[in-house]
Design a protein around this ligand. Sequence first.
Ligand code: RIB
Length: 321
Amino acid sequence: MATGEQADIVVVGGINTDFLVQGPRLPGPGDNVRGHLFLESLGGKGADGAVGAARLGARVALVGRVGMDPRGLALLEQLEGEGVDIGAVARDPSALTGVVLEMVDEAGRKQTLASPGANLCMRVADVMQAEERISAASVLLVDLEVPMDVVSAAVHHARAAGTRVVLDPAPAMSLPEDLLEAVHVIRPNAEEAEALTGVEVRDRGSARQAAENLLRRGVGGVVVASPDGSLVLTSEGELWLPDLSVERADTTGAGDAFCAALAVALTEGKSLAQAARFAHEASALATMRLGALGGLPTREQVESRLALLGPAGLSAEASPL
Ligand code: RIB
């Protein structure tokens, strides 16, 4: 989309360069393991979410910050190439663009070390400059790779303007109660759900406990990703989406793909249950390729999988969501 055009979805979040090495196993402390594949790509939960939503057909604007280094400028070009409006991405002369080092083994397990750089130099003023965009959008998608006062300003502005808020509470941390009360849908993975609620999420039952805790604290709808499936909970009922059997290469970016697809489907007027089914497919597809960006699926890819499976193939248990 062109810079300044009205966006359906505004994303506020992290922008990084991801350096990924895949090897036979993950190194332990002091180990030196020879890997066999290297990937450098655009990353960061904000950038991944924005590109994910754009590939699914939404008009997306990103609010974030990169350095004035060559990596930052290259990331901006790439975002534009993906159709994301970067008019509200600040260029910081005194910070380096965020970097994430990812190590992935052959089973898809990973380790991540991040240097957030310019992401943590974001200011509330960056959000204030994007207030009109946020007010005019249908959904605000936000993650926790940027300072908490920035997250809070974006969420509260969106809430007041009637823009729905989807929160990807990553990386894992606890959150202020007033922030949770302003969120329409939150989508933690197991580790993030535990940081938010203290509940160790191992299965459907514990995912429900964590989701109930978040609902009681004022969140409108909760999607908890557990090791064997995703649980969707609202005050109207529960939906269980069992893990889809796909050939997994790397789970990096699966949560970003889920949140992006959820935001797109909500923008299109789908219910949370319908949106979560769509996002569940997008997220499964995202795990089939190495790296966050490479795996983000297109609309055609998600729809052809949904068409192949048909409504029964999703094997979701609904009651009465
Ligand atoms: O969720 C995946 C993303 O998290 C990666 O792109 C990496 O940059 C980290 O922010």
